[in-house]
Design a binder for this molecule. Structure first.
Ligand SMILES: [Zn+2]
Ligand SMILES: [Zn+2]
Length: 343
């Protein structure tokens, strides 16, 4: 089958021919991938700009961790062939002390589908059946595959403690910024402002998602945002270290800055501002298992209302064009759609 793979540390990805995965064992399913989203992390892995050295030992490996599809072969009677599913990419070991104690979120031997085990930029992917959540029949797999980035957004909003009435600022209008904005609105935020720079196509998507407080920051950075009044929670979803210091003055006393971007270098932070204003700096990344079902419920409830996020649908053979479009920030989310000829 065709698969988009990372062969070695260093820039580049290759669309190659590899054997299909083996038949699923007990408790596993073989998923026919119907949509796989290109993520910012995939771009970092493609250009090898730092932050993903930890996947080196798994190479060569097929990328693709934002997946929806259909069970093709099943080693679990609860998921018969034909069942439409989204795949949770985080595969816990089930055997370590915390897994056995019922706390898989702290598993010490986790593998990531599309990072440290074979992923879904391919027509088939093997996954534990417990990593599959069932979709309603006929649900658009391109929208279902948004569940993974929306889980990231849901977790970020939980980490930020966003609640009813909050004034929220999201720095970065990309897919994760959009996911945070959506989940902050869902959590009851009174106002969600999204700031970006030279990001017209992604602002258009936000407009179609119903957000009207969109700020082009231009050359002067975030300073003019101070005129908007202080925010309860600010999210950094760009991966630009200087934004951390720039965002602090925008927070109210005891406000929360949530850092979600992957940064190429350390940040310089005015710690006395943090101390005197009693600000909270928090990091967020992958969602918890418990975030998945509630986020999928949100995705199913929203359905076509989320369609503006899926700006591109491309055949798998055009994967690298999808990467280029995403890197140029024309795309919010490009979905790769494996075809029959890829098998
Ligand atoms: Zn992702
Ligand atoms: Zn474990």
């Amino acid at each position: 089958m065709k698969a988009l793979r990372k062969l070695a540390p260093g820039p580049g990805l290759l669309l190659c021919d590899i054997p299909c995965p083996p038949a699923p064992g007990p408790g596993e399913v073989l998923v026919r991938v119907e949509a796989a989203g290109i993520c910012g992390s995939d771009l970092h892995i493609e250009d090898w700009s730092g932050g993903y050295e930890w996947i080196t030992a798994a190479m060569p490996v097929t990328l693709g961790h934002e997946l929806a599809g259909r069970v093709a072969e099943s080693g679990d009677p609860a998921l018969p062939p034909g069942t439409p599913v989204v795949v949770i990419p985080s595969v816990t070991c089930g055997g370590c002390a915390v897994c056995r104690a019922g706390d898989p979120d702290r598993c010490v031997d986790r593998r990531g589908i599309g990072m440290t085990r074979e992923g879904g930029f391919a027509p088939f992917v093997l996954a534990p059946s417990r990593n599959c959540l069932v979709l309603p029949a006929g649900f658009d797999p391109g929208i279902a595959a948004l569940t993974e980035p929306l889980v990231i957004g849901a977790r970020a909003v939980s980490v930020g403690g966003v609640g009813p009435g909050d004034r929220v600022l999201v720095l970065g209008p990309g897919a994760i910024g959009q996911a945070i904005a959506l989940m902050a609105r869902e959590a009851g935020a009174a106002e969600v402002t999204v700031a970006g720079r030279d990001d017209g196509p992604r602002f258009d998507v936000l407009g179609r998602l119903g957000f009207d407080r969109l700020v082009e920051v231009g050359d002067q950075g975030l300073t003019h945002l101070a005129a908007e009044g202080r925010f309860d929670v600010v999210f950094e979803a760009v991966g630009m270290p200087t934004l951390v210091a720039e965002a602090l003055p925008l927070l109210r006393r005891e406000g929360v800055l949530v850092i979600a971007g992957i940064h190429p270098r350390p940040a310089e932070i005015p710690l006395n501002t943090v101390v005197r204003e009693q600000l909270q700096l928090r990091g967020t990344n992958r969602g918890r298992m418990a975030d998945w079902q509630r986020t999928l419920d949100f995705v199913v409830r929203q359905g076509a209302a989320l369609a503006p996020m899926v700006t591109h649908r491309l055949p798998l053979r055009d994967a690298l064009a999808g990467f280029a479009t995403t890197r140029s920030r024309q795309a919010t989310k490009a979905m790769l759609l494996p075809e029959a000829g890829d098998e």
